[in-house]
Write a protein that binds this ligand. Sequence first.
Ligand SMILES: [Zn+2]
Length: 294
Amino acid sequence: MTTNSPTWADTLVHLLALASRLEDEGQYNLAKLTRAIADSLSRQAAFRMAAPIAADELAADLKQTAAALASLNVSAAARSALAQGADVMAGGSMPLITTIPHPHVCRTCGHLLLGAPETNCPTCGAWPGTYQRFMPNYWLDAFEPLAAIERLRQTPLDVATLLEGLTEAQLNQAPAGGGWAIRNVLTHLRDAQDVLAFRLDLFLQEEHPLLEAKAVWTWAANEGERPPTALEIFQTYRAARRETLHKLEQMPLTHWWRTGRHQEFGVVTLRQQASYFAAHELTHLSQINALRRI
Ligand SMILES: [Zn+2]
């Protein structure tokens, strides 16, 4: 590599440095595009890179990576949380908010903290409120209340359209390589809807309720002794959804900002939970669509 040919990492860092300077200049549209290009390049590279598929290999990779980060400027607290989380994952579970609080990164200098900063940045003096908070996923803040209601109403209709013309046998047909049949996806949607309904009631009945962490995706392959048809599973999901929508539409607007203590994600509002489940469902539409063609 010659000095005239910058490395990929140099280009990325240069773009991010330009974005920060553009923000200082008040050139926010240029800054947003520059950051988007840096994000796009990173994701393109990650998309091409093969990460481990098996969960135990993924956890092992994560643990090794945490150790290797010691040579870079990543705090011992962050590395330790990563390694602890990898151990929890290797044990077949998910690290909770107590093990991995929401990380905050100083937008000016990159100083990283686990949990919300209470004092100015020790490196550059930036105010605590200016840090970037990293949330577990975008689902929590994807939809405002009315948009969440519309999404929660629309997705079952979209699923119904995808299921049109499929026989019960097709709905139960697992892909050749293994994995979920459409039936399992429908079971998963129903299970997630049940969690939403259960939590909605908790938010409405209790002050700041405890929301237990649920590994909902692990339930989709477990069925009772007399399993219902795939279509019956779908109908149960739709009926439960109608009831949830009715409650959401009837409650006072201020209830959307009621809070709960989520074991995995920390303090969340009812608005964030509704957004989460509405956005989560969307990710399964392409899965059903792909399974229709097998
Ligand atoms: Zn700083």
